[in-house]
Design a protein around this ligand. Sequence first.
Ligand SMILES: [Fe+2]
Length: 399
Amino acid sequence: MSIEAPAPRPADLPPDDELRRLVGLVDHNAAADPFPVLGWDVLVWVVGNATQAAHFLESAFGLRLEAYSGPETGNRDHKAFVLRSGGVRFVVKGAVDPTSPLVTHHDLHGDGVVDIALEVPDVDRCIARARSQGATVLVEPHNETDEFGTVRSAAIATYGETRHTLIDRSRYTGPYLPGYIARSSNYRPRSGDPRRLFQAIDHVVGNVELGRMDHWVEFYRRVMGFENMAEFVGDDIATDYSALMSKVVANGNHRVKFPLNEPARGPKRSQIDEYLEFYRGPGVQHIALATSDILTAVDCLRREGIEFLATPDSYYSDPELRARIGHVRVPVEELRSRGILVDRDEDGYLLQIFCKPITDRPTVFFELIERHGSLGFGKGNFKALFQAIEREQETRGNL
Ligand SMILES: [Fe+2]
């Protein structure tokens, strides 16, 4: 195989028109973009036990193992499992060597996302732009080559100890990166389950310290040419106890969306304060996974023991809400029985639900989102949602 051959589009990526609907893409002139981004490449997690985390992501969340690196492949530092569901790719890494730098990271932060890697067409151009705008370049542009071709990548720092690897895979056809081998597992999905529960990453949310949200909004605007998409302040997202502020930045076509939260002062500690304390600093709070069938996804996940934030019954009987959401694709009773939230704006509506943290510390969690025209983030649900989170916080003694 020629190393110059372009990588074929993986067969399990959603087609462009489906992706447009799933994650709310908009038209964009990439030629004029100072920092063009093609999309999400991978989310890299550091966890305490990657062997078990990989099994959990397969058995509960329906991802499929497709590549691996570890002692058997010459990597004596850690094990890394590469898993995919449609356009969603996760890598979970866990230390094998007790002196691995992953141990130090995990000691401090617990399980979490360390790298939000983005696919770009021109790594060098992006790094030149990032450097000229004052970003910290953690890894200089370099090539990695094996029999499947060449990957070019570099990395810049973002909030906390999180980074963005910028990667160009256009000349690579291997299973993940040089050093990884193709691998599947013996796990067999239950018969009758859908092929996958979700198809794409919709957005990745960062929690940052009090007073730092605008700094990071400005970072994404200046360094990566992202644009402001939405903001939520004040009463939008305040409960009786606590408050937060949130602004959303997105790349030109909205394929990559980063909401950024900071705590706001309130009578009690906000969920963002709790996160910052237990993650020991800023980091990824939640990952929204776009699904074309949120009802089936919730049923499958719940059957596997995944817990969701409870939505009070009053949410569904509230006449104001009923009037606001109008007609959705399923009877409200179907949503009520699963605790799925609805929000509507001028463009359409969305269905969404939030898992409880999937880690021991009250830090990172998943959202499932099914968009029907709406380009929003569920603003109408924030209050009901935060009250649900506070009930959980109280049971942990952290409110
Ligand atoms: Fe979200």
